[in-house]
Design a protein around this ligand. Structure first.
Ligand code: HEC
Ligand code: HEC
Length: 268
């Protein structure tokens, strides 16, 4: 049953190239909200901001880290007295406009590090399209500042990602998890799992380590933990329940999910 459902989800996700459902616990096949966006040359600031707002609170996965206080800077309120992100983006890197800073914060998050935080933010090109990233930039600019993103930026971004495209690409021109990776380690890397879990001693210890996980948990339990992370806390990580994004039922194809589950179940 579950496998059947996952197959259907896999086809849907594979076809549209990016997850479109809200960050619900259990995979569903329908969505009211078209999160996979593509903007025309004359897109308006308010269209971009509205799309960005949707993504930020759901499929973008941003609130898994931002908004919880200590793990990542709060973007919507002042952070240490320097104003919401649409204000403080002006003062981060001398010579960099807000729009440049915010775009880079998303695609090359470790090039400028906000003081006091760890480098756990994933390159968002792995899970979001060029147009989605620009929508998020517009939404963040709107938090206290003026939206300067235009159709021209979005188009330039498409050209840049097309010309730097590697072999494993999808529509948005970057290696994306919702694409074709079948190797479990590539899938873990591509989905930012190691931003929160340890594998072979590397990664971040925000969630339980993957090393030895197969001697503690069955494949079924691991599968459930990935699809419905809110269902039950892992021992010792009760306080972190709710941190793991509930997006992977949509973001992984059925085959990718099974490859990851089997890989983890065999790490004894
Ligand atoms: C796995 C955790 C995580 C996720 C998911 C995440 N971020 Fe971050 N982000 C961070 C951390 C930690 C920092 C601060 C360290 C740094 O500068 O990289 C940060 C920094 C930022 C900054 C710079 C903030 C500043 O004060 O200058 C922006 C902008 C940002 N993130 C946007 C986003 C958006 C938009 C999303 C969703 C598409 C997102 N992040 C998802 C952890 C995360
Ligand atoms: C933003 C951080 C974050 C990301 C990204 C993340 N996880 Fe988690 N994960 C956690 C936390 C925290 C827990 C423990 C709390 C809980 O059970 O929800 C957890 C729990 C788990 C568990 C259950 C482990 C146990 O011992 O019970 C598995 C399996 C797991 N994650 C797999 C994954 C996989 C696979 C990915 C990528 C596809 C992933 N996680 C991405 C934070 C994250």
């Amino acid at each position: 049953m579950l496998a059947e459902h996952l197959k259907i989800i896999g086809v849907v996700v594979g076809t549209i190239g990016i997850f479109t459902l809200l960050a619900n616990a259990i995979p569903q096949v329908q969505s009211e909200v078209p999160l996979d966006v593509s903007f025309g040359a004359d897109v308006s600031a308010s269209e971009l901001t509205a799309s960005g707002e949707l993504l930020f609170g759901s499929a973008g996965g941003c609130t898994a880290c931002h908004g919880l206080g200590t793990r990542a800077p709060n973007l919507l309120t002042g952070n240490g007295g320097d104003g919401p992100i649409g204000v403080r983006c002006n003062n981060r890197v001398p010579g960099e406009s807000c729009k440049e800073y915010l775009y880079l914060a998303m695609v090359d998050p470790n090039v400028y590090m906000v003081e006091g935080y760890s480098p756990i933010m994933p390159d968002m090109r792995r899970s979001l399209s060029n147009d989605q990233i620009w929508a998020l930039v517009a939404y963040l600019e709107a938090q206290g500042g003026e939206v300067t993103v235009t159709g021209a930026d979005i188009n330039q971004g498409r050209e840049d990602s097309a010309s730097s495209a590697s072999t494993a690409t999808v529509d948005n021109g970057v290696a994306a998890p919702a694409s074709s990776a079948t190797d479990p380690v590539d899938i873990l890397n591509g989905n930012a799992c190691l931003g929160c879990h340890i594998l072979n001693g590397t990664g971040a210890p925000i969630g339980p380590s993957f090393d030895g996980i197969g001697s503690r948990l069955t494949a079924d339990y691991i599968r459930e933990s990935i699809l419905d992370p809110g269902a039950g806390a892992s021992e010792g990580f009760e306080a972190s329940l709710g941190l793991m994004p509930a997006i992977y039922g949509n973001q992984l194809t059925a085959q990718q999910l099974e490859n990851v589950v089997m890989f983890l179940a065999n790490r004894r």
